[in-house]
Ligand binder design. Structure first.
Ligand code: HEC
Length: 147
């Protein structure tokens, strides 16, 4: 069995390596509106200095600061679902394409990713258009990406 550490190290190498270029195609200004309308109910973007740069400090979901390029379930102290932790251990890294698939149906996406048909994610399905997800990814990336 591969240890969790080895998996985390592999994920880190993939992020650092040139193989994973992080595409950001959305419009950050449009994404700000999407974040404020939809995501901020549950999420904040709070930087390492502890400043809230987007949202109103909601804690239902994890802090999304530097989510782009980061592996799933990486925020210390947040109580993720078992399914999200499993996806992170299996190497899920948040890119624009993964976010586009995740947001409309989080549980289905995580079940497919982990091949665990019984698990449940904690985030509810969000009714947003594909372009709005690309835009919100760009908005969150504008505060910094995980390197
Ligand atoms: C109703 C509350 C709620 C809303 C609204 C919501 N989320 Fe979430 N989100 C969560 C919760 C709870 C989790 C943790 C999921 C888990 O552990 O399965 C989460 C997890 C995530 C993650 C994984 C983060 C990580 O650290 O791995 C991303 C990315 C994400 N949400 C993006 C978004 C975006 C983008 C929006 C707006 C379009 C949004 N969420 C709207 C509650 C919400």
């Amino acid at each position: 069995m591969i240890s969790k550490f080895a998996i985390a190290a592999t994920a880190a190498a993939m992020i650092a390596g040139p193989a994973l270029a992080l595409d950001v195609t959305g419009d950050a200004a449009a994404g700000e509106k999407v974040f404020n309308k939809v995501c901020q109910t549950c999420h904040v973007v709070k930087n390492d200095a502890g400043e809230v740069v987007a949202g109103r400090n909601a804690k239902v979901g994890p802090n999304l600061f530097q989510m782009p390029g980061r592996h799933a379930a990486a925020i210390d102290g947040f109580r993720y679902s078992k399914l999200m932790k499993e996806a992170g251990e299996k190497g899920l890294v948040w890119t624009e394409e993964e976010l586009v698939k995740y947001v409309p149906n989080p549980t289905e996406f995580l079940r497919n990713y982990t091949e665990d048909p019984k698990g449940r994610g904690l985030m509810t399905n969000q009714r947003v258009k594909e372009q709005e997800i690309r835009d919100v990814f760009a908005y969150i990336a504008s505060f910094g990406i995980h390197e």
